[in-house]
Design a protein around this ligand. Sequence first.
Ligand code: ARG
Length: 590
Amino acid sequence: MRKLLDILTEQFENVMEECGYDKKFAKITVSNRPDLCEYQCNGAMALAKAHKKAPIMIANELVEKLAGNEMFKEIVAVNPGFINIKISDSFIANYVDDMAKAENVGCEKNIKPKKVVIDYGGPNVAKPLHVGHLRSAIIGETLKRLYRFKGDEVIGDVHLGDWGLQMGLIIEQLRVEQPELVYFDDTYEGEYPTEAPFTISELEKIYPTASARSKEDEAFKEKAHMATLELQKGKKAYRALWKHILNVSIADLKNNYKNLNVDFDVWKGESDAEPYIPAMVDEMIESGLAHESQGAMVVDVMEETDTKEIPPCIIRKSDGAALYATSDLATIIQRVQDYNPEEIIYLADKRQEMHFTQVFRTAKKAGIVDDSVKLIYQGFGTMNGKDNKPFKTRDGGVMRLETLLSDVNDVIYNKIMENRQESEENARATAKIVGLAAVKYGDLSNQTSKDYIFDTERFASFEGNTGPYILYTIVRIKSILEKYAASEGSLDNIETGVNKVLTPSEKNLMMELAKFNATIDSAYEELAPYKICAYIYDLSNAFNTFYHDNKILAEEDKDKQKGFIKLLMITKKALEECIDILGFTAPDRM
Ligand code: ARG
C-alpha cells in the first residue's frame, strides 16, 4: 500500500504541474502545529523565489485547485504562504479499511528480497550468559524479524565464542580437579567417552575458578595458553573435551535464548572459521597485502579521508596464533561460500567499533567479499544500572541473565497479585510474558547506539512508555472484542468497514494507525527498532483516549458499533504485528 504522505504529496504534485511549477516542491509533512492542522505543505515558499511571486499568491492558487478534492476536509493558505491541511474522515477511514484488507497491514514487501546474515547473540561458550549479551540478542532478533517482515531471506547466526583461551583454561582446570580423566592420559589410545565429565553447573564453576587462578598463577596461565594452541592444532583428547564443553554449554544456551524468545537458524562459531584461516593468511601474505610488523602479520587499513588513527589489522600474532579479527575475516569467507549474502549485519558492543572497521576494510581490500556486499556493524550502547555504571548485581558481580529476568518477573508477578485474584500459576505464567516485554521494550525503545539505564520499576510499570503498558492496551482490546463476540455472536461477520463519520478521538486513532507502513519502512531502512516502539506507544495512547471518549460496548447504534469494533480489530492487528517484530507477545489477560 502506498504511504499516506505519498498519496497526499501526489495531489500537490498534480496541481503544481498544472500550474506550471516544479513538482519537487510538493512534499507534505506532518504538521508541527497540530492545534492548527494535521499536515502541511510549505512548497509555495520555495516556489515564490523561483517565480518571483508572493508565496501567498502561489499558496492560494494551489489551494483553489485542491478545494474540491475529497481527500481534504479543510485546506487553507495562511500567511506568509503555508498551506494547512486537515484530511477528510472518509479518506482516512478508507485508508484504514484498505490496511485491514492488505497483506502485512499494508506494509509492502521488498520487490527484490535480499539475502542477509545477521550475526548476533555472540555468547562465549562455557561462560554463563550475562546482561552484556542481552542487548545483542534482543536487537539482533528484532532486526531478523523486521527484515523477514519486509520479505528478505535472513540467516540468524549465533556466532559462538568457542575457540578462545577460555577453552585452554577450562582444560587445565579440569586437569587440576580430575587428573584421572582419560583425556589427560597421553598413553590412552581408545575412544573417548560420549558422556561429558561435568554438568552445566559444574562447568560454570570451572571457568571462573580457572580465570581467577590464571590471574595469580603465571605457570597455570602459560599452560592454558599451550592447551589452547594444542586444541587448535587438533590434539584428539582436547578436541574430545572441547566437544563436551560445547555440547553441555549449547544445551544451556538454547534454553536461555528460548526464555528470551530468541531463536537462531545457525549455531556456528569461531571454530567453524578455523579451516579457512591458513590459506587466507597465506594469500594475504603472498599478494603483498599483509606485511610484517614486529613479528606479527598486519594489513594496513588507514584511508586518506580518516580523521583519526586506524591501526593496522593484525591477522597473525608473532607466535603464529590467529586473533579475533582473523576469525571474523575467515567467517566472512565461510559465509560467502555457504550463503553468498548481499548483506552481513553484526551486533556487538559499541566498544568493538574499531575491530569491525579493521575487519571490514581488510575484507574488502583482500577481495574476500565483493564491493557490492554490505558489511554493517550495528554497535550498541551499554546497559547501565541506576548509578549509570554498567549493570551489576548488588554485590558488584556480573549479573546473570537468568537472575535479571526472574527479578523482573517477580516484580510483575507481585503487581498482578495486587491487582486481582489470580491463581498463582496463572499469575506466574502471565508475569513471564509481561516480564519479557518489559525487558525487551525497555531496551528497544532506546536508540541502539545509546547507553541506557535498566530500571526494573520503571520498565515493569503498567503505565507510561513501557512494554507492559503496550500489552495492557492489547489485552484491553482483546477483552472488548471477546465481550462483543459473546453478545453479538462472532467477529467474523463484520463485513462493513470502519466508520466514515468520525468522532475526534476515533479519527486520531486512525491517523496514528495509518503510519504503520511508513514506520516499519523507516525502522527497516535505518535499523531503528525504537521507531516501532514509538509508534506503538503513540498508537496505544490514541487507542486509550478513544476508549475513554467513546462508549463501545454500550453504543446503541449497531452500525456505528460495528465500525468501532472493526477499528479495534485492525488496531490490535497492527500492535500485534509490531510486538511480534520486537520479539514478544501479549497475554490474554493481565
Ligand atoms: N563473542 C563476542 C563477545 O562476547 C561477540 C561476537 C560478535 N560477533 C563477531 N562476529 N565478532 O564479545
